[in-house]
Design a protein around this ligand. Structure first.
Ligand code: GDP
Length: 337
């Protein structure tokens, strides 16, 4: 018996099995969703082909990014909010991303423990992801995992990320709404989130409202937002106090999400998706171009150029021009009758 969070190691698939898997994902089968996400995490071509099949079925889910330091209460709060959405009949997907830790069995265990909170409810799908030695690939894998959950009919997808650095900002770009969570007593709680995160927050949550100091954290956030007034001309991110363990404030949080959703409408949502697709398209083009170059220029030739660079016999711009000229010459040769 497989539970939805069993990770089935990807093995080579034929075209027919790929089509069957895509159809099962579209039918909302949790085991198929799990398998699909594994393929994406592994970065194998089957994963890319699956995204190709599923993409036209995506765009319906509301993707909620939740970021904050470890231990702030993200998973406790998201699990609670998931229950609220479930009681309204909506299907919920949760992707928990940890760019700071390597992938380990702990992630699988974590999924299982969290699934117990939603035991017997297959309207909630939980999956955690960590780095597998490819930090750059994690944001992409997380984004593609949300696409799979979207295609599988989840109405709301939470994208939880640990921490407050650039990697989290990149991951949050894949969200329709960005929630930043802090709690009193987290070292520099508010100071720590200044770099880059303040600009992306649509909603702030001050969790652990039962702790003394919660009011102070709210006041610090208020002060920071007033300094940054011009950039919040149209939408001033609300600051919601919660106590995730008891559920206090959870309805306020859901209310803030709903208000933002109404404010954002289709226009802002489209703008954010456009911004994401700009960087996705460039990234994929870059990767495709590099693969093309690597087919054309042998590893030993690339080594030779690299050695010349290291010995300062060649400068990097000339090196790139030389390689580009090779690619263009090849194209011209192909075009000759
Ligand atoms: P995450 O790492 O951000 O996902 O944090 P968790 O949701 O795992 O929570 C970390 C710890 O804080 C757990 O022991 C929770 O029970 C606890 N916690 C979460 N929310 C609250 C809260 O509102 N008040 C208190 N006192 N503890 C909380």
């Amino acid at each position: 018996m497989h539970s939805p969070c069993d990770r089935v190691l990807p093995e080579s698939m034929d075209a027919e099995s790929e089509r069957v898997l895509a159809a099962r994902v579209l039918g909302g089968d949790p085991r198929a969703v799990s398998r699909a996400i594994s393929l994406i995490e592994e970065g194998v071509p089957e994963g890319a082909r699956l995204v190709r099949e599923l993409f036209s079925h995506t765009g319906r889910a509301w993707v909620v990014g939740v970021t904050g330091p470890p231990g702030v209460g993200k998973s406790t709060l998201v699990d609670r909010v998931a229950k609220v959405f479930r009681s309204g009949g909506r299907r919920v997907g949760i992707v928990a991303v940890d760019p700071t830790s390597p992938f380990s069995g702990g992630a699988v265990l974590g999924d299982r423990i969290r699934m117990q909170t939603h035991a017997g409810d297959d309207g909630v799908f939980i999956r955690s992801m960590a780095t597998r030695g490819r930090l750059g690939g994690l944001a992409q894998a997380a984004r593609e995992a949300t696409l799979v959950l979207d295609a599988a009919g989840h109405d709301v997808v939470f994208l939880e990320t640990v921490g407050v650095g650039q990697a989290e900002v990149d991951i949050t770009y894949a969200a329709d709404i960005a929630v930043v969570m802090v709690a009193p007593g987290f070292g520099d709680d508010v100071q720590a989130i200044k770099a880059g995160i303040l600009e992306i927050a649509d909603v702030f949550v001050v969790n652990k409202a039962d702790h003394s100091g919660a009011e102070g954290t709210v006041a610090q956030l208020e002060a920071m937002l007033s300094l940054d007034e011009p950039s919040h001309e149209h939408w001033r991110p609300p600051i919601v106090k919660t106590q995730a363990t008891t559920g206090d404030g959870v309805n306020d949080f859901v209310g803030a999400l709903d208000r933002f959703r109404e404010y954002a409408g289709d226009d802002l949502r489209y703008q954010r998706r456009y911004r994401l697709e700009v960087s996705e398209l460039r990234r994929l083009l870059g990767e495709a171009f590099l693969r093309h170059v690597e087919q054309l220029v042998s590893p030993s030739e690339l080594d030779k150029v690299t050695a010349q660079l290291a010995r300062r016999e060649l400068d990097p711009y000339t090196a790139v021009d030389t390689i580009m000229n090779r690619v263009l010459a090849e194209r011209d040769a192909d075009r000759k009758p």
